[in-house]
Design a protein around this ligand. Structure first.
Ligand SMILES: C[S@@+](CC[C@H](N)C(=O)[O-])C[C@H]1O[C@@H](n2cnc3c(N)ncnc32)[C@H](O)[C@@H]1O
Length: 254
């Protein structure tokens, strides 16, 4: 687990690792041990020197659940703060950390595009999962993935594709760049007006989580804001980032 936390963030918190994570880890390690003459010791040594095998192990523990406009009150609050036309000058830059299959990044791009009046919005979205990023770049989803998306955003930024599927419009595609990167190896350089990192920290161990929160705080441009998931707010607050309430029950940091 220590190796996984050092290289991929996944790890135990003070209260221990969740049962589902330990079960999945046991299963994955058992599979690796099958055929390894030296058993668990050999598997440990292999993971120490073979980063691809370690990345595969991290992938086997991945939870990719997401959707457009996930947690609507949080996005409503962001949309109110970043209302249409509010950004002038050079535009705005946003970062989605742990974007999974991309719905969060596209949502962010929609809000930012509107705030920038269609000019100068830029979103960089990263995840360590190559298969998830392939889906993100394709930009086509079951209609169900957009169930929380307000109708006006859906009408503007999604088009019907194959039966029961929707596709992100081409104009939005120019706004978002998807990057394969592990957040533990540093965030893309730059100062970001908005950073969204939701439902990622929950899988991080204490040390890796503290390092990620420091990096997220340091990545903000002056006046920038960091949005995490509701369940992660207390942890980020405890790590010392300044919090402010964007709307009742919706906290941002920075
Ligand atoms: C539950 S999904 C969250 C998706 C989206 N942020 C949301 O809230 O809907 C968690 C994502 O975080 C990614 N992730 C976890 N640890 C990561 C790391 N160390 N570096 C980059 N991505 C990571 C996983 O691959 C997964 O796609």
């Amino acid at each position: 687990m220590e190796l996984l936390e050092r290289h991929h963030g996944v790890g135990a918190r003070a209260g221990g690792a969740p049962a589902w994570m330990l079960e999945r880890l046991d299963r994955a390690l058992d599979a690796l041990a099958t055929g390894a003459a030296g058993g668990a010791v050999e598997v440990g040594e292999r993971l120490e020197r073979d980063r691809d095998a370690l990345a595969e192990l991290a992938e086997s523990l991945r939870v990719g659940e997401t959707c457009f406009y996930r947690d609507p009150p949080a996005w409503d609050a962001l949309r109110a703060a970043w209302r249409p036309g509010v950004v002038r000058g050079d535009g705005a830059r946003a970062l989605s950390v742990g974007c999974s299959t991309g719905e969060e990044a596209w949502t962010l791009a929609m809000v930012l595009e509107e705030a920038c009046g269609g000019r100068g919005a830029r979103v960089v979205a990263l995840d360590r999962s190559r298969p998830a990023l392939a889906v993100a770049r394709a930009g086509t989803y079951p209609r169900e993935a957009a169930r929380h998306l307000p109708a006006d955003l859906g009408a503007r930024y999604l088009v019907s594709d194959a039966a029961d599927h929707v596709r992100v419009v081409d104009s939005l595609r120019r706004t978002v760049a998807f990057v394969e990167r592990d957040a533990t190896s540093g965030l893309p350089p730059g100062a970001w007006d908005l950073v969204v990192c939701r439902n990622v920290l929950i899988y991080f161990g204490d040390d890796a989580g503290a390092a990620l929160v420091r990096a997220l705080g340091a990545a903000l441009a002056p006046g920038g804001a960091l949005l995490v998931a509701r369940s992660e707010v207390a942890r980020v607050r405890a790590l010392g980032l300044a919090a402010r309430e964007l709307a009742p029950g919706v906290v941002v940091f920075g």
